[in-house]
Design a protein around this ligand. Structure first.
Ligand SMILES: [Zn+2]
Length: 161
């Protein structure tokens, strides 16, 4: 994705209140992010841990949403709905986002289970092929799928904008 400044990131948040926009804290690695390698940007707020942010390029425009984390899955294992990684339950959390516009004013939100640290972008790459027969193409498909599911989620939140 194209590099964004801190100001651009704040302005990209479509479902944030003024307070949320002002309080946003950048990820620690923001100064060294390799934007060229990112399909999207997602992070947990380093200070307000109950908040997370996702910024994707929709139709070439940076579009960001604020997420609220509610508890992780208790016990067992769980699958992230964005990158489809299987994780220990405590590493997958429910994230909800208030929808934009009238829907959000009525209290509508969209929620899904996501890697608790919002590290799907890395996880889908770290996971690697499961078997030697699983060739590079299938890893690329998982990466494409992750990006597609992430963008669809942002779209659902922003659709009423
Ligand atoms: Zn994930």
């Amino acid at each position: 994705m194209r590099p964004l400044t801190e100001d651009q990131l704040r302005r990209a948040l479509v479902n944030a209140t003024r307070d949320e926009r002002e309080r946003l804290e950048l990820p620690h690695d923001f100064p060294i992010l390799e934007w060229d390698h990112l399909d999207f940007l997602a992070w947990r707020d380093p200070t307000t841990r109950s908040r997370g942010y996702v910024v994707a390029e929709l139709g070439g425009e940076p579009t960001g949403i604020v997420l609220r984390a509610s508890g992780s899955v208790q016990g067992g294992s769980a699958m992230c709905n964005i990158c489809h990684s299987m994780q220990p339950g405590n590493q997958v959390a429910m994230f909800t986002a208030r929808r934009t516009g009238d829907a959000g004013d009525r209290g509508d939100s969209v929620g899904t289970y996501v890697c608790a640290d919002l590290t799907c972008h890395e996880n889908v790459r770290i996971a690697g092929p499961l078997a030697p027969s699983e060739v590079r193409a299938s890893v690329d498909r998982r990466i494409d799928g992750t990006r597609h599911r992430l963008e669809s989620f942002v779209e659902r939140v922003a659709s009423a904008a």
